[in-house]
Design a binder for this molecule. Structure first.
Ligand SMILES: [Zn+2]
Length: 96
């Protein structure tokens, strides 16, 4: 007999987004309903407000565009997917 443990989340399970500086670990937690693309852009395109370390995202690059689009999609998709027959679940590492 084989058992497989899978951990899945749905976009509607996401209740907040945390932006954390990998250098000094200062963090801002934004509730999903207050997620603001302009604020996400500010986090991505300016340095850490505490230690001033650059985010590593440069304006106009593919990675900054993907970052901003993902932030916008997170907020919208949780609402837009309600009531649909097709459910999208994301696999995550299970807590050990
Ligand atoms: Zn920092």
């Amino acid at each position: 007999m084989t058992f497989e443990k899978r951990c899945l989340i749905e976009p509607s399970d996401v209740i907040s987004v945390q932006y954390e500086c990998d250098h000094c670990h200062a963090a801002v937690v934004v509730p999903i309903e207050k997620l603001d693309p302009d604020q996400a852009a500010s986090f991505a395109l300016s340095g850490c407000t505490f230690c001033k370390t650059p985010s590593g995202y440069q304006p106009g690059t593919v990675e900054s565009r993907v970052f901003l689009n993902f932030n916008a999609a997170l907020k919208e998709f949780a609402h837009l997917s309600n009531g649909r027959n097709l459910r999208m679940r994301l696999g995550i590492k299970c807590p050990e």
